[in-house]
Design a protein around this ligand. Sequence first.
Ligand code: SAM
Length: 231
Amino acid sequence: MTSTIRPGEVFASAQDFDQGIRALVPHYDEMLTALSLCVPPTAQRILDLGGGTGNVSLRLLQRFPQAQVILMDYSPAMLAQAQAKLPPAQTTLIAGDFGEWALYPERFPAIEPVDACVSALAIHHLSDNMKGQLFRQILAHLRPGGCFWNADPVVAPHAYSAALYQRVRQACSQAHPLPERGQTQPYGYSAPDQLTTVAKQLDLLQAAGFVGVDVVWQWFGFAIVGGHVPG
Ligand SMILES: C[S@@+](CC[C@H](N)C(=O)[O-])C[C@H]1O[C@@H](n2cnc3c(N)ncnc32)[C@H](O)[C@@H]1O
């Protein structure tokens, strides 16, 4: 019987995530490196939304050995993997739904202002309306000059590029079998896939109050978009 998982957990067992995601997402490591490079070296406190097994936070701590990361995720199984991987003295784990946090931050442990917020492969599970709500909440938690960058799969703007993204992804997918996938059911504010275009994300970021919004990295159907708040 296939086990039921939450959107974003991807595999039936969280222990399989780190190996499986590299087979499923071409250029996963390059994308995470690019995401970590978006964070300025002066950052001391960084929020990682949908941080999963901790791969983004780990990269950030390798780049910034003095930093503190706050990782929020609603999956106990993914958080257990992150806990085993990240140094406790520099890590705060928050078990919770970032959609709920976007609407009701008072239900969560207080998060002091952060220098940067990042997310990878997670926010595309929210509706566009909730993405906008989340972007506003992120902005409210950033220090002046702080930035937000989101690495996520994106919808192609045209049918021609949709076919191209699909063809390239198939061509670049690794041949060896993936770990067992679970049966993803909607959970909290997330649903299996609610991808949007780069252009829509840029609009939502601008509407939330971010400036300098940009797409700084893209590999076919995966992009890093974000912006900052004035210093
Ligand atoms: C594909 S994993 C990516 C994990 C990590 N960011 C990485 O790139 O390795 C997506 C993560 O987002 C989490 N997630 C999805 N929707 C969420 C939500 N609404 N609130 C909190 N976590 C969520 C899932 O539990 C999962 O750990």
